[in-house]
Design a protein around this ligand. Structure first.
Ligand SMILES: NC(=O)c1ccc[n+]([C@@H]2O[C@H](COP(=O)([O-])OP(=O)(O)OC[C@H]3O[C@@H](n4cnc5c(N)ncnc54)[C@H](O)[C@@H]3O)[C@@H](O)[C@H]2O)c1
Ligand SMILES: [Zn+2]
Length: 356
């Protein structure tokens, strides 16, 4: 492999291998010791991936829906793997987006106290963001991502051409996370991305450059703070509000789009606290609003949003741990007082700010 990025984790180093031309050779894995967990849509769209050997592998094929990423479903998957004679020295291979990743990573952490796993991310969100960072997140009951582990893979293989079949909404969802890391990296990165934004939809070479850059930025933080107790928390930019938007709309808005709206909300609050100027708020909004344009009018029930915001698992006491921009437009951790004033600002945002 000519091009790769090495990631240091608490269990050792693993590589993200970039392959650009030929499709990944997943039909080459040993049949006796490999168990695939694959998105059904990938099996349908990329018939050739297994080179006709599909019947001879242990393949758990799943629909990528949130309901399948729940604790209640795990026994079914374990049962399948046991019937296929999985052992602790075997290997799990995930092929799909963040849902397939989370399921595989969680099973890898827990089944027989640990089975190695490898990952072929097929969505932009997974390629540019979630494929590194070790996290697994599983839903329990109605609560999303409430159970999880830190379990790095043995390797990640990134084939950018998977993205050709992605729907526009899923592409924009991934771009939302790319925007996030570029704002975290500083305003020069953000300005360059703003210039290149529209070309990302047609130029796969450019998109790959941004995927790689996003992973390089994230690498610095996860290597400093893999367990998300310190510096890495800056990556929650847009997520405090984004998670509340997702849960108050029953997850009808794709994650990265909710994060895009969440960043715009955080910036609105930063402006109302006098941290950033109105002109900076509007300048950054120009790109964010373009990225969430299909959801600018999507109804978000404010009362449900406020309840969800207060319940965010990352909050302590009456405060909401958030990330806001400062006067140099740098992302910083900031504890927001969860009071009436904050509620009013959220209401004012939903009523007046999404359509600009
Ligand atoms: N563990 C983490 O660090 C982490 C980080 C962010 C998000 N997540 C989780 O990831 C999930 C969202 O993941 P996601 O947006 O990557 O994808 P997803 O797995 O939800 O898939 C989104 C859609 O794209 C389809 N799809 C996947 N690959 C495709 C392809 N190449 N062509 C066409 N369609 C394709 C899927 O079938 C699905 O319909 C959420 O559950 C979120 O909580 C986890
Ligand atoms: Zn995210």
């Amino acid at each position: 492999v000519s091009d790769y990025l090495a990631i240091q984790s608490h269990t050792g180093k693993y590589a993200v291998e970039f392959i650009n031309e030929a499709a990944p050779e997943i039909h080459d894995y040993d049949q006796g010791t490999t168990h695939f967990i694959v998105d059904n849509k990938i099996i349908e769209l990329y018939e050739n991936l297994f080179k006709g050997k599909i019947g001879s592998y242990s393949i758990l094929a799943l629909n990528a829906i949130e309901g399948n990423k729940s604790l209640e479903k795990i026994p079914e998957y374990i049962d399948f793997l046991l019937r296929n004679n999985i052992r602790r020295d075997h290997r799990l291979v995930a092929v799909g987006g963040g849902i397939i990743q989370d399921i595989t990573c969680f099973i890898s952490a827990t089944l027989m106290r640990g089975i190695n796993w490898e990952y072929y991310p097929t969505t932009l969100l997974a390629q540019a963001d979630s494929c590194i960072g070790s996290k697994s997140s599983i839903n329990c009951g109605k609560v999303k991502n409430i159970i999880g582990t830190f379990t790095p893979p043995q390797k990640v293989v990134l084939y950018v051409k998977f993205l050709k079949t992605l729907e526009a909404g899923d592409l924009k969802s991934g771009i939302g996370e790319i925007i996030k890391v570029h704002i975290i990296n500083g305003q020069d990165s953000f300005k360059q991305l703003s210039k290149d934004y529209f070309r990302l939809f047609s130029d796969h070479c450019l998109l790959l450059k941004y995927i790689r850059k996003s992973l390089e930025i994230k690498k610095r933080y996860i290597e400093m703070d893999e367990f998300d107790r310190g510096e890495r928390r800056i990556f929650n930019y847009g997520h405090t509000f984004g998670h509340a938007i997702e849960s108050s709309t029953d997850f009808m808005i794709p994650h990265g789009i909710a994060v895009t709206i969440g960043m715009d909300m955080a910036n609105f609050i930063a402006m109302s606290l006098g941290r950033i100027s109105r002109s900076d708020y509007l300048r950054i909004k120009a790109l964010l609003a373009e990225n969430y344009s299909e959801y600018a009018k999507y109804p978000i029930p404010v009362d449900r949003f406020i309840t969800a915001l207060a319940r965010d698992k990352k909050n302590k006491g009456g405060n909401i741990n958030s990330v806001l921009l400062n006067d140099r437009c740098e992302a910083e951790l900031h504890s927001l007082n969860n009071n009436r004033e904050l509620e009013d600002k959220c209401i004012s945002y939903f009523n007046n700010e999404r359509h600009i």
